[in-house]
Design a protein around this ligand. Sequence first.
Ligand SMILES: Cc1cc2nc3c(=O)[nH]c(=O)nc-3n(C[C@H](O)[C@H](O)[C@H](O)COP(=O)(O)OP(=O)(O)OC[C@H]3O[C@@H](n4cnc5c(N)ncnc54)[C@H](O)[C@@H]3O)c2cc1C
Length: 386
Amino acid sequence: MSFYTESEERQALRQAVGELGKKYGYAWFDQQARSGGNTSELWQEAGKLGYLGVNLPEEYGGGGGGMGDLSIVLEELGAAGCPLLMMVVSSSIVGTVITRFGTEEQKQRWLPGLADGSTTMAFAITEPDAGSNSHNITTTARRTEDGWSLSGRKVFISGLDVAQAMLVVGRTEDARTGKLKPALFVVPTNAAGVEFQQIEMDLISPDKQYTLFLDDVQLSRDALVGSEDAALMQLFAGLNPERIMASAFAIGIARHALGKALAYVKDRQVWKTPIGAHQAIAHPLAQIKIELELARLMMQKAAALYDAGDDLGAGEAANMAKYAAGEVAVRATDQAVQSLGGNGMTKEYGVAALSTAARAARIAPVSREMILNFVAQHSLGLPKSY
Ligand SMILES: Cc1cc2nc3c(=O)[nH]c(=O)nc-3n(C[C@H](O)[C@H](O)[C@H](O)COP(=O)(O)OP(=O)(O)OC[C@H]3O[C@@H](n4cnc5c(N)ncnc54)[C@H](O)[C@@H]3O)c2cc1C
């Protein structure tokens, strides 16, 4: 298989997931969002069909594939109007970290549920005072006789209402230097001392964001994932899948918006020809098609490097893919609104709400400015300003 032609298995996966996505569709997704519902029904079905765990090892119930496969699942669901935000964290970042660094017991405990969709896991790193500067997080784990006590506050944590557990990025005190260093903990969402409050977002989405309070949460020793000394490296290994999936999320939304715009401009006629014949309408859509293909190519490169075990190479490519995907998602949704004129702002056509969802792809999980900082420093060797 050449890099530019998808294998028959991947084409079949794309096709099958696309069919599942269409069975639900944007009208269903939007209805869930506006009624305060969630996407559990589609999540469960996708899980049973093996799509949510395509990247996880077969011995723990997964499909034995990689991020290339998982990104196809999210992209196709998004293109059908059902971008499942929790796929960016559950089997991708959390599944990856547990697969690569968890103990045998942790793998057996969590991976089969992540693979078949019966378990959803959230990921909590962002803190109100640290923001993009995650080196400044203060959620702290103290050793107790039986394990750990975890305290801190997180913000914008997605999906705590549907998650049974979460991977929390905290810090432990280095025994020798007394300095705090990052560490990763699995925390059940119903543990004593865990509370969360929904943040009212100006975003029409069934996936909700929460402020999370961790107040002296008692955890057993085996809540710590991986080594205390290598947590930073482990975290970075998990962030690449997250960025690849954030790209797939954005590309799916962009494809969905472009599809809606095309259907409309081919049909709508107010002069002699359909409005899609006017270059002021056609060219921006053509540009979006090009940018979409470019973003997807970079996402596929990032996934291929990651799946080949090249974490460093994947890091640069995943950042670039996430940047390109976020940008094209914002442009595609904006141009879709413009192409539909007044109908672009109606609930019936469902494109205006996509613009806010697309903006999330520019901000999370890492903002486009922080990606530009990364590229400026690491790819171009420019000095750091902060
Ligand atoms: C819909 C949604 C879902 C989310 N889900 C999760 C989740 O599940 N788990 C989780 O942990 N987090 C989640 N987040 C949080 C997200 O990762 C953060 O919002 C993001 O990392 C930016 O952090 P901040 O909001 O604190 O912005 P800030 O860090 O305050 O940044 C504000 C602005 O300043 C810019 N900026 C900051 N520093 C620099 C710099 N050095 N150079 C140039 N510009 C800079 C930023 O790019 C941004 O434009 C979610 C956010 C959203 C919107």
